[in-house]
Write a protein that binds this ligand. Structure first.
Ligand code: FES
Length: 308
């Protein structure tokens, strides 16, 4: 593992397999789970060249108000140190398009870097609007400035809030919008893209979006969850997640963020209607009702049957 400071509060880590073997392939938008010795698991987007199978690059912003993962990396992970990682996994794939409008906020630039490289390689038309608090806090500027006028860098202390209306313009059926950054930026981009074709906007959140709370007349009820493959049925009381109930029943299941943003706990639904409370699935995926993120989502009725 090699580390380098790439902006105020941001370190870039280059990870290679301790065995010296090649790393698994990945596509732009993919992230890895970093499992820290403290027991915390955090997701970081891969932001180096896709073709480099010898090392993976991620960038970590120190988040003083976070759950301690980024602080541990900043304070304790030294050059040459070891990290446990899982993945890669991709919840934010780059779909083919003639034109891409990328919007990055702060450390949200990371998944966009390999997307930009891919868009450039395929000859697509693309541009990037990159915002951050100050220029010094914005990582990878030298790398991005090599792309010339396609990249617009707008530190907030010089320019104020990003001019999304001017940048995104009118809905363009040939274009896809990819945005990653803080919740306020994503919400603003979502509002601007409300009139765009379904699926044109693709976002990745670091933190869970505001979750629908049950109305007073539908106060949380216990639900019955059948784990068909295990032949077990559980009662999940209000206040306990389906994920925790499944774990307590001794059925192994992957999880990481426990906030409905990383996708690792995604589980097939065989019966029952899901009350989706995640920040990851698309509207179409929700409507299909055949998958759910069991760390946060529950049932609309009293019963679910899961393929676990
Ligand atoms: S654990 Fe991350 S979405 Fe459920």
């Amino acid at each position: 593992m090699a580390r380098q400071t790439v902006a105020d509060g941001v370190v870039s880590l280059e990870l290679a397999a301790s065995s010296g073997e090649s790393l698994p392939p990945w596509q732009p938008g993919a992230h890895i789970d970093v499992v820290l010795p403290t027991g915390v698991t955090r997701q970081y987007s891969l932001c180096g060249p896709v073709k480099d199978t010898a090392r993976w690059r991620v960038a970590v912003l120190r988040e003083p108000d976070g759950r301690g993962g980024s602080q541990w990396i900043h304070d304790h992970l030294v050059e040459g140190g070891e990290l446990r990682v899982r993945g890669p996994r991709n919840n934010f794939p780059l779909r083919p398009a003639a034109r891409y409008l990328f919007v990055g906020g702060g450390i949200g630039i990371t998944p966009l870097l390999p997307m930009i490289a891919e868009a450039e390689a395929t000859g697509a038309e693309w541009s990037l609007l990159y915002g951050g608090r100050t220029r010094a806090s914005m990582a990878f500027l030298p790398e991005l400035e090599g792309y010339g006028e396609r990249v617009t860098v707008r530190p907030q202390d010089q320019y104020g809030l990003l001019d999304l209306a001017g940048y995104l313009g009118d809905p363009d059926p040939s274009a896809l919008v990819y945005c990653c950054g803080p919740a306020g930026l994503i919400d603003a981009v979502e509002a601007h893209c409300a009139g765009w074709p379904t699926g044109a906007l693709n976002v990745e959140r670091f933190a869970a979006a505001a979750v629908r709370q049950p109305a007073d007349d539908e106060a949380e009820q216990p639900i019955e969850v059948e784990l068909r493959a295990s032949g077990t049925t559980l009662t999940v009381p209000p206040g306990l997640s389906v994920l925790k109930a499944v774990e307590q029943a001794g059925v192994p299941v992957l999880s990481s963020c426990e906030e409905g943003i990383c996708g690792s706990c995604e589980t097939s639904v065989l019966e029952g209607e899901v009350d989706h409370r995640d920040s990851l699935l698309t509207d179409d995926e929700r409507a299909a009702n055949d998958t759910m993120l069991i760390c946060v989502s529950r049932a609309r009725g009293r019963r679910l049957v899961l393929n676990l």
